[in-house]
Design a protein around this ligand. Structure first.
Ligand SMILES: Cc1cc2nc3c(=O)[nH]c(=O)nc-3n(C[C@H](O)[C@H](O)[C@H](O)COP(=O)(O)O)c2cc1C
Length: 242
């Protein structure tokens, strides 16, 4: 095996391909597909999107200072691609792709109702880099589809069938391979837990059975004693039973 050395370029894949919605009123609502995005800070929650200045959305986001990141799914893959090849200068992407704009909580930019996660953002800083300008933004609200909440209130993002973008193609999520920290999780604790639980269950069941048998036995003896007292002066079998 040999490594081929390429000239510098972007090869960090896979990435999310998100639909970013912007605009403050229906007549200037727009959607742009963005792959240059990610998390840059946990607290305060901060994100970025990098946009070429010639995009129609660039001016809208620069002027309004807000946008919404809408996560994409397998059922939204066609719309994701379409919003990344057509400009809002020429068409209404919400209309053509049959997407529904809905009201956000903290921003005027519309949420895409069909997306399971809508992240409302306010621009903090615009950094000029070269081909793209980076819009650093604070996350001001997150909206999730309650269809993916379980009975404990846990949100199952994997069940939304998310998609990613890798070197020119869209892919589904694939199989789950592990959970956070699984590589250092203690296996012994898990095993002991599994073994201990049935042991105590059996012990409890046996005790319960013993109590039931003993009390039934005593009841039968009492009954027999009573019968024999009534019929005979002495009973032949109580000692055997006891
Ligand atoms: C998968 C994918 C990812 C894209 N990522 C970006 C991006 O990160 N930044 C950008 O400026 N354009 C990106 N584009 C291109 C824009 O989405 C595209 O030029 C779009 O038509 C611009 O729409 P607008 O003119 O309505 O703003 C991407 C396109 C696709 C298909």
């Amino acid at each position: 095996m040999a490594k081929i050395n390429w000239k510098p370029g972007n090869m960090i894949y896979p990435l999310p391909a998100v639909m970013v919605s912007c605009g403050t009123e229906p007549k200037n609502y727009n959607i742009i597909t963005i792959a240059w995005t990610g998390t840059i800070c946990t607290n305060p929650p901060m994100t970025y999107i990098s946009i070429r200045p010639n995009r129609h959305s660039y001016d809208i986001i620069k002027e309004t200072g807000e946008f919404v990141i809408n996560l994409t799914t397998e059922s939204l893959v066609k719309a994701t691609d379409y919003c990344g090849v057509k400009s809002g200068r020429d068409i209404d992407k919400f209309k053509v792709m049959h997407l529904t704009p809905s009201q956000g909580v903290e921003v005027k930019a519309p949420l895409i109702e069909e997306s399971p996660v809508n992240i409302e953002c306010k621009v903090k800083e615009i950094i000029t880099l070269g081909s793209h300008d980076m819009f650093m933004a604070e996350v001001v609200a997150v909206n999730v589809d309650d269809d993916y909440l379980d009975e404990h209130g846990k949100f199952h993002l994997d069940q939304t069938s998310p998609i990613c973008y890798s070197h020119g193609s869209y892919f589904g999520l694939g199989n789950k391979l592990g959970t956070f920290g699984y590589s250092v999780a203690k296996k012994k604790t898990k095993k002991r837990k599994k073994k201990v639980a049935p042991f105590f269950s059996i012990l409890f069941f046996a005790l319960l059975m013993d109590i039931t048998i003993t009390s039934t036995k005593h009841m039968i003896i009492m009954e027999l004693k009573l019968i024999s007292k009534m019929r005979y002066r002495s009973c032949p079998f109580p000692s055997i039973l006891e």
